[in-house]
Design a protein around this ligand. Structure first.
Ligand code: NCD
Length: 318
């Protein structure tokens, strides 16, 4: 494995190996000195063409905890806003000696283009491309589920039989797609719940059940994990539902639904949250909520991925 572009490409063994390695990385972060020398002398470039706070900071923290040098490149304020192409940007980074490139781009497939090009000879990590994939988010979500379910006995385990319901803006969500492929590979059962207007065309050929009524789905499935997605207003060029109030009433996780869900189900959200729209403040801050664990686990997962791609142990994954 030279790049991490999608979760679709990962085998079960590879995925479990990344989760296990992330356990080791998490252990490092409980030490007083949270740093490993593994990537000393390597350079990781964070190439962000789209807004992001937590993902960019998470990759930066991960690279630094592995002792890599980090260059942050945000498209705003760079030559990209002067019309520089991905190719020119990549060649500039290559000339600076980048060993790894973490790329977020609004165009689905941009990381793949970079990885397959001969513009740069670096490991490429997809940090979210358009509505396509966001593999490290899915890995950190799986890691969070595994830890809540198995605690200290997580190592080596997958997510067989775990019932996951993913609710909301599936149409625009790379998080939903990456999660679906990875969760299926790890043996979980996945259901999407959304208004019909926010379900992607072609979902019928995906290994997922689709429901439109949230209360009915929750009562029938009694999920172990309920994952709420952000309404991605920035990707919407039309009215996909009548009003925010209507959306919150039909598809939001409010306090009443949280009670009905019971204390043993996990509530997840990749962030950033629209509190009061897809999730109530009460649900977001409840003991069932893993929102902050997801953020913390993100650093461990990204350390594991960067380590596997850049430490010279690439063959270990393949
Ligand atoms: C997600 C993303 O950017 O795809 N957020 C994230 O990585 N922190 C989900 C989202 O934006 O809704």
């Amino acid at each position: 494995m030279r790049h991490l572009l999608s979760t679709k490409d990962l085998t079960r063994d590879e995925a479990v190996r990344i989760l296990d390695l992330a356990e080791d990385m998490a252990a490092v972060q409980t030490r007083e000195v949270k740093k490993l020398p593994a990537l000393r002398g390597r350079t990781v470039v964070n190439l962000f063409f789209e807004d992001s706070t937590r993902t960019r900071i998470s990759f930066e923290a991960a690279a630094k905890r592995l002792s890599a040098d980090v260059i942050n490149f945000a498209a705003k304020g760079s030559s990209v806003s002067k019309g520089e192409s991905l190719k020119d940007t990549a060649q500039t980074l290559a000339a600076m000696g980048a060993d790894g490139v973490v790329i977020r781009h609004s165009a689905s497939g941009a990381p793949q283009v970079l990885a397959q090009s001969d513009w740069i000879d670096a490991g490429v990590v997809n940090a979210g491309d358009g509505t396509h994939e966001h593999p490290t988010q899915a890995l950190l979500d799986a890691f969070t589920m595994r830890r809540r379910l198995h605690g200290a006995a997580s190592r080596g385990k997958a997510l067989d039989g775990v019932k996951v319901v993913i609710v909301g803006d599936i149409l625009h969500s790379r998080v939903a797609r990456s999660n679906l492929w990875l969760l299926r590979t790890l043996g979980a059962e996945v259901t999407f719940v959304a208004p019909a207007t926010l379900v992607p065309v072609g979902v019928g050929s995906w290994p997922v059940e689709v429901e439109f009524d949230l209360d009915a789905a929750l009562a029938r499935i009694r999920p172990d994990v309920l994952m709420m997605l952000r309404i991605q207003s920035e990707r919407m060029n039309a009215a996909f539902f009548p009003s925010a109030r209507e959306y919150a009433r039909e598809w939001g996780l409010d306090d009443e639904r949280l009670v009905a869900l019971g204390p043993d189900s996990m509530v997840m959200h990749p962030g950033p949250m629209n509190r009061g729209l897809e999730i109530s403040a009460g649900a977001a801050d409840s003991p069932q909520s893993t929102v902050l664990e997801q953020v913390a686990n993100g650093v461990s997962i990204r350390m594991a991925v960067l380590y596997l791609l850049l430490s010279g142990e690439r063959e270990a994954l393949s």
